[in-house]
Design a protein around this ligand. Sequence first.
Ligand code: NAD
Length: 413
Amino acid sequence: MKAFEASKRYFEIAADQLKIDSDRRDTLLIPNREMQVQVTIERDNGQLENFIGFRVQHDDYRGPMKGGLRYHPEVDLDEVRALASLMTWKTAVANLPFGGAKGGIGVDPNSLSTREIERLTRSFVDQIHEIVGPDKDIPGPDMGTDHRVMAWFRNQWEKYHGFDPSVITGKPVEEYGAKGREEATGRGVGLLTHKLMKRLGSKPGESNVAIQGFGNVGTHAAKFLDEAQFPIVAVSDITGTYYRAAGLNVRALLKHKLEHPRGLLEGFDDCETLPPDALLGLSDVDILIPAAVGGVITEENVDQIQAKVIVEGANGPVYPIADRILSDRGILVLPDILANAGGVTVSYFEWVQNRQHYRWTLDRVRQELEHTLSDAFEKVWQTANQHDVSLRTAAYMIAINRVQRAGELAGFA
Ligand code: NAD
């Protein structure tokens, strides 16, 4: 199943609950604008190379559009469209005054030098600078991009439009970035997992956690949950699953990753090593956190899952048919549009600070993050109970209602 079709299915289930007419559904689903551009760079060896870049602006009823930039070989228009629509629902569930967008380039950043990635970013900005801006569309980091890419993006955009760091978020902290942005998505995943387990009457020490993906989201989720006394029994990355029934030493894992030349867990030997996919089927796992890529839990492998709770750190990790099977089996899924909303929430805080020319402390960022996510969680939990629907459908219902209401107030045309 294609990524946009999957996110559309989730939208339709919630739209059925809300009894939304088909013309309104189209208005809410069809992206406002899709831009595809040629991104040409000169490689270090003097040869020209062309890549395809995308920016999809899904919806702006609730405010300027917001969404990351992904550099990955599998980036295509369908994936970017799906991720852009998820951003519309995510900013709405978290009640941030933003719409949704996403962008990316079909490229393997590991195949380029640092200077080539800089040229790629600047060339991409040359193509799309007119449609982005602090009050139009604000990019941020995603897979394959980081604070350096954000700094190059801002610098190139400012050459056309003048000083305004609020054009992009996820910048280096000393270059108008926000403290706490880097940890925000994983921290939010951890905070919400803790909240959910508390609501289910389970104490941290009683629930084993497995985390797929040990990148930005996975590491910070692991750190938070470890500090909150949850035993992390397994983590994985592209090199394998690292498993220890009595609980892994998370500090040692983080140190190993930091010291590995490519930031991988390869060679970590204070535990058992299994193939990467083995993580999904581990029998002594209560909480499974997919925090790597989309589409990892499908109709084909859903039967392996033995966890009681899934918290979607990644975007779109569970396909709709698998989602229904999980629900029939009583496995609770905390959906991506809520679970990983911590990142865009602190991106919003960065934008606010830039616009006010003011800096918040890390404590303030963390407090406001917890406040925003707690409010969103409570609303989703109540809606799910009130309408007897899944947490995912409840989250979509809240989001769609908010976007629709903004559209109605604006006149919808
Ligand atoms: P990242 O590139 O920092 O990390 C990805 C990790 O997943 C790496 O450890 C990689 O080795 C691992 N991985 C990739 N394929 C794997 C596989 N098949 N099995 C096991 N591990 C695998 O990316 P990230 O920023 O942590 O993002 C992860 C996910 O979270 C993505 O879906 C992203 O869209 C989503 N997300 C990220 C943010 C953010 O702020 N970074 C915000 C919201 C959502």
